[in-house]
Design a protein around this ligand. Structure first.
Ligand code: GLN
Length: 478
């Protein structure tokens, strides 16, 4: 007999099988997750809002469907959590910001609607760095999220609450957003899988924009298989998102040839801890022992890529966040004698320091003079990174690298915003190039903190990522 705790740490696929076998009902499972949240959330601060009544009502409906033989598939009755920058009809949506305090979404994001249609059960909304800007979970207006492995450490960000939720058994899976690593880096910090799909494969409709040309909906789950299941349900073109692409979802497949592995060398690039390099080296050994052929490849434009990401993400964010002005969106300041005072005070009071920093920086990058020197140059770097990543991913099935330069660091230990930006140095490539990438948990360090590696593939090569991840974890020889 399994303990309740163990059940909460089951994968989506395991839950689906247990629900189908009648081992437990969706109501029972939902209740167990709600109890776990009640027990743990005070300390971890992963959820900003829990919709207990809504979740239980949805679970009852799921059980009724199952009894009638009308089960909607593998996700029917499976409880999940949503980063608080996704719209879910009738639920609060703060994006981790004071400026959206009290805002209730009038509609469902496309991915939320698709999960609803497949019978998945929404438990609540997850804490996050304000407007998805951050790498530590410390930039939320609603308090930090703590790492379940060590509560004196950060859980990573910006999908901080979503990663902690999955890692701590407070939902079966979660959706986050990944603009420069916000799904993969926190996944790496707390030992769960984090998939950033190909740009456009998952609709962004209903996801609050940070940097629209980089933003992706991402999946946080306990296994690679679950990432594949969820991708199959969520992928597909959406009339509401002009950048969404046609994608023929392929479930996890076995590789039908020897895996060609490109090992991205971070030699000569500072800032990567030795234990992280050692974990990557072990992962390469494991894959070659399973028959993969590995070659070392150079990181495209190591000095320029992070800078280009910082410029482009900040310029786009500055423009996207103009809508939070106390008139169209956002809480209006009570001190608003004139129109410009209304804008100034609403934004001044409602937005946090990091968001202001990026708005100022991003706006400055676009003024005449800077536009040519920084913004246009960053676009050229992006194009060069995209071409080099594309060339690499044609030569190799999968590229392997660290997912983050360090394991989870201590709360409050980041010396400066610039130093925090470096936490994204391994992940921004996939966003700049629009290719899929997966953070795969890979052991723990001497302090018991999770380590991870990142796999990257060509556009729409998610099946390669998932197959390689399975090879890495199960040592399956195909
Ligand atoms: N941590 C990165 C940043 O702060 C990435 C953010 C994201 O992916 N949303 O820009």
């Amino acid at each position: 007999m399994m303990t309740v705790e163990k059940v909460l740490f089951r994968s989506v696929a395991e839950h689906a099988a247990a629900l189908a076998a009648g081992e437990y009902t969706a109501v029972r499972l939902t209740r167990a997750y709600l109890e776990r949240i009640q027990e743990r959330n005070g300390e971890i601060n992963a959820y900003l809002y829990v919709d207990g009544a809504g979740a239980l009502a949805a679970a009852e409906e799921s059980d009724v469907r199952r009894l009638r033989g009308e089960c909607r598939g593998v996700l029917d009755g499976i409880p999940y959590a949503l980063k608080d920058n996704f719209a879910a009809k009738g639920l609060p949506m703060t994006c981790g910001s004071k400026i959206l305090g009290g805002y209730v979404s009038p509609y469902d994001a496309t991915v939320v609607a698709r999960l609803k249609a497949s019978g998945a059960i929404l438990l609540g909304k997850n804490n996050m760095d304000e407007f998805a800007m951050g790498s530590s979970g410390e930039y939320s207006a609603y308090g930090v999220t703590k790492n379940p492995y060590d509560r004196t450490r950060v859980v990573g960000g910006s999908s901080s609450g979503s990663a902690a939720t999955v890692a701590d058994g407070m939902a079966a899976f979660a959706l986050g957003s990944d603009t420069g690593g916000s799904v993969r880096q926190p996944a790496a910090f707390c030992g769960v899988y984090g998939l950033k799909p190909t740009y456009g494969v998952l609709s962004r409709y209903g996801l609050a924009s940070m940097a629209s040309s980089l933003d992706c909906v991402g999946i946080l789950a306990r296994t690679a298989e679950d990432c594949g299941l969820l991708l199959d349900v969520l992928a597909g073109q959406d009339a509401h998102d002009a950048t969404s692409v046609v994608y023929a979802p392929k479930s996890v497949q076995a590789l039908d040839h020897v895996l060609r592995l490109g090992v991205i060398s971070f030699d000569g690039v500072g800032g990567i801890d030795e234990e992280i390099k050692a974990a990557s080296a072990r992962a390469v050994e494991r894959l070659t022992a399973c028959g993969a052929v590995a070659e070392t490849v150079e990181l495209p434009l190591p000095d320029e890529a992070l800078a280009a990401y910082t410029v482009l993400s900040s310029t786009e964010a500055a423009s996207n966040l103009a809508r939070y002005d106390g008139v169209r969106y956002g809480r209006r300041s009570a001190r608003s004698e004139t129109l410009s005072a209304l804008y100034e005070n609403s934004r001044g009071e409602g937005l946090g320091a990091e968001v202001k920093r990026r708005i100022l920086f991003g706006t400055d990058m676009l003024v005449r003079g800077n536009r040519e020197v920084y913004y246009l140059r960053a676009l050229r770097v992006r194009e060069a990174v995209r071409r080099q990543m594309e060339a690499l991913s044609e030569r190799y099935d999968v590229l392997i690298s660290p997912a983050a330069p360090t394991a989870a660091f201590g709360l409050g230990s980041t010396p400066s915003p610039d130093a925090l930006y470096c936490a994204d140095m391994c992940t921004v490539y996939a966003n700049l190039a629009g290719v899929p990438a997966l953070s795969v948990p890979f052991g723990v360090n001497a302090a018991g903190l999770p380590l991870a590696v990142q796999l990257t593939a060509r556009r729409c090569g998610e099946n390669l990522l998932l197959a390689a991840a399975r090879l890495l974890c199960d040592g399956e020889v195909k």
